[in-house]
Each structure stands twice: as C-alpha cells, then as structure tokens.
Design a protein around this ligand. Sequence first.
Ligand SMILES: Cc1ncc(COP(=O)(O)O)c(C=O)c1O
Length: 389
Amino acid sequence: MNLFNVYPLFEIEITKGINCQTYDVHGIEYLDLYGGHAVISIGHSHPYYVQKLAHQAEKLIFYSNSVVNKLQVELAEKLGKASGYCDYALFLVNSGAEANENALKLASFHTGKSKVIAFNKSFHGRTSAAVRVTNNAKIVAPINEGFEVDFCLLNDIDAVRASLKKGDVCAIIIEGIQGVGGINIPQPHFMQELRKACTEYGAIFIVDEVQSGYGRSGKFFAHQHADVRPDLITIAKGMGNGFPIGGLLINPMFKASYGLLGTTFGGSHLACTAAIAVLDVIKAEKLIENARKIGDYLMQELRNISQIKELRGSGLMIGIEFEQNVTDIRHSLLFDKKIFTGVSGTNTIRLLPPLCLSKADADLFVEKLKEVLTGTITTSSKQDISKIM
Ligand SMILES: Cc1ncc(COP(=O)(O)O)c(C=O)c1O
C-alpha cells in the first residue's frame, strides 16, 4: 500500500531530538525553529516527560471515558492554575480541529443559532465546522459548506458589529495570534471590543489558542495580552509536546449534560500523562518567561537586519516578512545551515521553536540568517520547499 500523497516532503528523515536540536538518520544536527509546527513546547524528548510516559505506558495506556480517570482531574487542576482559568471546565479531545469543532458545536447548542463570524486569513483546522471557518476556499469541500460564515477583516470592529446586528450569530471565532495566516496579532483594543460585542449580542466569544497558547506568546494564552476572557478557549499542539491531545476550556455559563459532547480517545491515560508532564516542565523550567525573554531578544536582533520588511510576533511566535519570496532563504537555511523554519504565504518565514530555546540557539539563527541574506544563496538541493510549512 502507498501513502496518500498529500504532504510535499523534505528529503530529510528525522530520527532523534533533544531540546531544540533534531538529528537525521545520518546523525546530522538540525536546529529546530519550527517545533514540528508549534507542537514541541518543552523540547524534544524531555527526560521527565519521557520517564512519565514510559512509566504510565507500563501501567495503563487507555481505558474509556466510562470510568473514573484521576489523571484527567489532575490535568484540569494544573491547567486551571497555570492558565488562570480555575473556574472553567475542561473537555479533552485529540487535536486542534476537534477542539474547534466542539467549541462551535457548544456555541450553537447554547445559542440555538448557527451563523459564525471568522476572520480573513484564519486557520482553524480541516474538519467540517473548523474548515468552514477557515479562510481558505481551497480546503473547503462541498460537504463542509454547512452553515453561514461572515469573514471580516482582522481589527475591523465595524464589520463585526454590522454582521452581529442581524441577530443570527452564534459565535465569533478568532486565533489568539493568527499563525498560518502570517503571525498577525489582533489589536488588544479590538479583542476588548469583540468581547463587549459578544456580550451585547449574546454571541459566544471563542479564542483559538491551538497555536498561540501554552506559553508560546510569552503569556499562557495570547489573548491574555489583551486582558480579555473568552467564553471558550481551544488548545492542542504544545499541550502534549508531540503526544496528540487537545482541549476546550469552557466558561461556567455552559451547562454540561450526559452525551452533549463525547469522544473515544480524548483524555486517555497516556495523553493526560503527557499533558501533565508538559505543565510540570513549563512551571519548573519557567518556560513562559523564557519564551518572552528569548522572543524579545530575537526580535531585537532581527530588527538590525535591513533586508527584513516587517517583523511581527510575540514571545516565540515570530513572523519575518521579506519583500521577496522566501523559498530560497528557507531552502538555504535548511539545506546549508541545517535550520528548520516555517513559512506563511510566500514572503514570511515563521518561527515556532520549542519554548526552551536558548540565547545561543537564537544567536546561531541570527548569524546564519545574516550569512544567507548577505551571501550567495546556494542551491545544494533542487528540492522545491515553497509549499512545505
Ligand atoms: C490556530 C490553529 N487552529 C487549529 C489548528 C488545527 O489543529 P490540528 O491540526 O491539530 O487539527 C491549527 C493547526 O495548524 C492551528 O494553527
């Protein structure tokens, strides 16, 4: 059987990872400034995380959601404290799309309505409702076109209010910081206005923190820079440091009832163990402070590079926009300098490293980027990486 060929691949086989370093099958080291698409939060194969997972795997990997699972309770308590949302409830799933799918469903149950306001350049996942509120017609199949969505410009509160006026909106969904769309930060005032407008019109305020959450922005959640409290918050990626787990933080105004939401695999013993280990390490190693500190340092160093058109970001979620297409730059960073980066659109390099990134790693990146920008961009491999994120 062949693999269904939907991913353009780098001809690199990564077989090992430690902290922010990854190693290919030949033992060549690559600095990981991409975190496997913002997934690696505490660093590759952190020893505490590995030991907790191994220990739990020996005891029990999975039992269904029909029995008591104290690991879920421990995770909810630790997540409540770490995020400042102790009074919210946690529903556990397996991925970011599934978290958004359940958030939209809950909003629709709660309000009895189905129209959603989302934003230009948004990305919320590929399942039915999540992809419907994603601003990319290419990945929306006819079967996904199930409900009405108004896409508004980010930071355009008048457009949002005009849409809300019709009284048929169940939810507004917005990323804490747009990731796939190019590291676009909603203005704090705009987030505050969205919060007010949702309360005024009885719409549910959903913030998707799948990519921007878990300390990446320098606070636990990116929306906390704007000092707002959403009704629903979705999480995944960094939550499990590579073990698939996602979740939904739910304001107490939502009343649970048996069967309202459900999943077979969500909140398994092994997944909860991974997520608990992540929170333990984030706290013990002060990784949110590190994300803020190293992120600020990196931004400051990058500001000195004249070829950069615009820098956007917060903490270790950074977009570096150039005048030109960045394919050759990324190509050279990866194949010549052995550094993984991400991309948004054609002209923006996206940095999403593990939160334990050191100053030395940041310096190495800046040095290598300068070399690439000032030197001749070599073409040691002919591989087209323009479509690889
Ligand atoms: C903001 C955001 N939401 C949702 C998703 C979907 O997450 P998953 O791929 O785990 O379904 C992503 C994935 O990149 C994302 O960046």
